[in-house]
Design a protein around this ligand. Structure first.
Ligand code: UTP
Length: 290
């Protein structure tokens, strides 16, 4: 039986240059979709999937993320005194339990692969989930990571969630090449990060949710630079693919690339329309705009 996935890694050390000036003093991961920071949405997904330990790879100017996952006694006292019990309850529900978060710093943003490598001591020699906080996956039923853990329980190995994108956008992503599968889960036989136009093996992109075996850290320790001069996780996964199975999951749900302005704004609209408390009022306002 495959070893249980107990830990999740959240890389939050990037510079967020596509969102300047918003991200000059505030981390991109604290931008809100409706009223929850991006990082909270992704931690929610991991909590729902049963993750027990939450590892954040932070950097300079990211201290507010650590504060966000801590208790705020003054605020709690004020909410209690004002009888705002549901707000108080939801603050508590959002918080991973005591001792279940760890924070380490990536001292230089050398790429996603390097950020993940910084988690090696905190993860240890066990499989782990990796969730990119600027990617939100909206689902009707189970969250994306919970769906992946179901696949992992059946197949073991390494799992990546994939999403088909239009051919002209493939060059912006990590892309997989797949073998025959069951329509939902496919063995992966190749991958490439940001393929040159016309060279992509498919239009299935790696969207930002992974279950990885700890041997990935050994490969990342080579610290080789890939596309864009960054240490890429896809390059290390390609090396791991030679010795371990990888599966692609076409998950049920919809992805928003909140690292891009249009993706982020679209996520706000989609999540607002899914919120019973504001959906009708928001729809009416949107109709007036368009
Ligand atoms: P991105 O490449 O989307 O984020 O990385 P970025 O570099 O912050 O954004 P732009 O392109 O400059 O606008 C995806 C996730 O990986 C983290 C980022 O914080 C983001 O959450 N990351 C990226 C790191 O932690 N370290 C890195 O060196 C690179």
């Amino acid at each position: 039986m495959a070893a249980r996935v107990r830990k999740a890694v959240f890389p939050v050390a990037g510079l967020g240059t596509r969102f300047l000036p918003a991200t000059k003093a505030m981390p991109k991961e604290m931008l809100t979709v409706v009223d929850r920071p991006l990082i909270q949405h992704v931690v929610d997904e991991a909590m729902e999937a049963g993750i027990e330990h939450f590892i954040f790879i932070t950097g300079r100017n990211k201290g507010v993320i650590e504060d966000h996952f801590d208790r705020q006694f003054e605020l709690e006292q004020v909410l209690a005194a004002r009888g705002k019990t549901s707000e108080l309850q939801s603050l508590n529900d959002d918080l991973p339990g005591p001792g279940s978060t760890s924070f380490t710093r990536q001292q230089e943003p050398l790429g996603l692969g390097h950020a993940v490598w910084c988690a090696r001591e905190l993860v240890g020699r066990e499989p782990f989930a990796l969730l990119l906080p600027d990617v939100l996956v909206q689902t009707q039923g189970k969250g994306c990571l919970a769906q992946m853990l179901d696949v992992y329980a059946r197949h073991g190995g390494n799992i990546v969630a994939v999403d088909p994108v239009p051919d002209d956008q493939v060059k912006n992503y990590g892309v997989v090449s797949i073998d025959e599968g069951d329509g939902r889960v496919f063995p992966i036989d190749g991958m490439v990060e940001k393929p040159a136009p016309g060279t992509a093996p498919s239009n299935l992109t790696i969207l930002g949710r992974y279950i990885l075996q700890p041997e990935i850290f050994d490969l990342l320790s080579a610290q080789e630079q890939g596309a864009g001069g960054e240490i890429q996780i896809t390059d290390a996964m390609l090396a791991l693919l030679k010795v371990q199975p990888f599966y692609a999951l076409k998950y049920e749900g919809r992805t928003f690339d909140c690292g891009s302005k249009v993706g982020f704004l679209t996520a706000n609209v989609a999540y607002a329309l899914a919120r019973p408390d504001i959906a009708e009022a928001f729809k009416a306002e949107i109709k007036k705009l368009i």
